[in-house]
Design a protein around this ligand. Structure first.
Ligand SMILES: [Zn+2]
Length: 345
């Protein structure tokens, strides 16, 4: 049997399904890879591209993609004219020009590989005009063209775009999977021998995202991330204990004033809420934000399911507004109002 995508951690069922599809030649022409930051969307898109073009894809016992043939290496290192990665760079959005250029390129034949692959990172940052420009390519792509849209939140993608692509959801790691993943990383192991507590903090701060865990280790921003977690927990406490409004505002005031950081913090709040909602229904649900199940259960007991859903909706609305460039002060104020209005029971 061929091992599929061995360099991508976790996501076993996805890897099995898509590996089979590559070998059967039944891949769709466009996919939306959806998942939190650091869950391996970009890596997986590259691996899928490599798998379809790998020189050893039919060889028995060799992993798919092999990762060592010339084609695999060029794709994984973005060194082939048949792979185009579109990113927004310093711009707030991906505009129509970038998509037009890619579309023109799609109609030229490939130079090196069997497929021409286009990876659009942060696809949810495409302007409406850019998304509309992409529609025709998604509907009737030239032969041998593959398009991967990557994003964490697909809500700002047009329904017409979403309906023309197949969605792949990257999974988050539970704390056990994260510990197993980090056990292969020398830096993480060094951290563990220095301090078991810091190691556990890393697992919890990564909130299920292996990429975020590695980023934390590399940037040594453990302190900053603990602070973000504290801010999320302070908001949860302020809401469910029905403390004075000033306490709630103080907790919300702990959120970053930088747009991207605030989006990340609210994303963590969503993960925490998700844990609590799942826990209401199933004692043994896998948790992503809370490393300590008892602590999560304790919080769960003090807040109703209705309230959790209301806070979840308010948080999602705030993230959407931030992504739509609404003024941060306005977002914070309406978020606070929505939390105040959340049912107490
Ligand atoms: Zn290969």
């Amino acid at each position: 049997m061929k091992p599929y995508f061995p360099t991508l951690q976790g996501n076993e069922r996805l890897k099995q399904q898509l590996g089979d599809r590559v070998l059967q030649g039944t891949m769709a022409h466009a996919y939306l890879l959806q998942g939190e930051i650091g869950t391996g969307k970009r890596l997986f898109a590259h691996l899928l591209a490599a798998a379809m073009c790998c020189e050893q894809r039919t060889a028995d016992g060799v992993p798919l993609p092999c990762g060592v043939c010339n084609t695999c290496r060029k794709i994984m290192e973005d060194r082939t004219p048949d792979l185009t990665v579109i990113e927004r760079g310093d711009n707030a959005t991906i505009g129509i020009e970038a998509i037009r250029r890619a579309k023109e390129d799609m109609y030229l034949s490939s130079t090196e590989n069997d497929k021409k692959v286009y990876i659009i990172c942060e696809a949810n940052k495409m302007t409406i005009a850019a998304q509309n420009a992409l529609l025709i390519a998604l509907e009737e792509p030239p032969r041998d063209v593959m398009i991967f849209l990557l994003c964490d939140d697909a809500s700002s993608l047009l329904p017409t775009v979403r309906s023309r692509v197949q969605t792949i959801r990257m999974s988050l790691f539970d704390p056990q999977q994260m510990a197993a993943f980090l056990s292969t990383d020398p830096k993480a192991q060094r951290l563990r021998t220095e301090s078991e507590e810091l190691f556990l903090d890393l697992i919890v701060s990564a909130a299920g995202s292996p990429g975020r865990a590695l980023g934390l280790l590399a940037r040594k921003e453990m302190g900053a991330l603990s602070a973000k977690r504290d801010c999320v927990l302070a908001i949860l406490s302020a809401v469910h204990s029905r403390m004075r409004f000033s306490t709630l505002y103080e907790a919300i005031g702990g959120l970053s004033t930088k747009r991207q950081d605030m989006i990340e913090e609210l994303g963590q709040l969503l993960l925490a809420l998700r844990d609590l909602i799942l826990l209401k229904r199933d004692e043994n649900a896998p948790l992503c934000f809370f490393g300590d199940r008892d602590a999560a259960r304790e919080r769960c007991d003090t807040i109703s399911l209705r309230a959790l859903f209301a806070i979840y909706d308010a948080t999602q609305a705030a993230i959407l507004q931030l992504n739509q460039n609404v003024n941060i002060g306005v977002v914070t104020a309406s978020f606070a109002d929505a939390l105040r209005a959340a049912p107490s029971k």
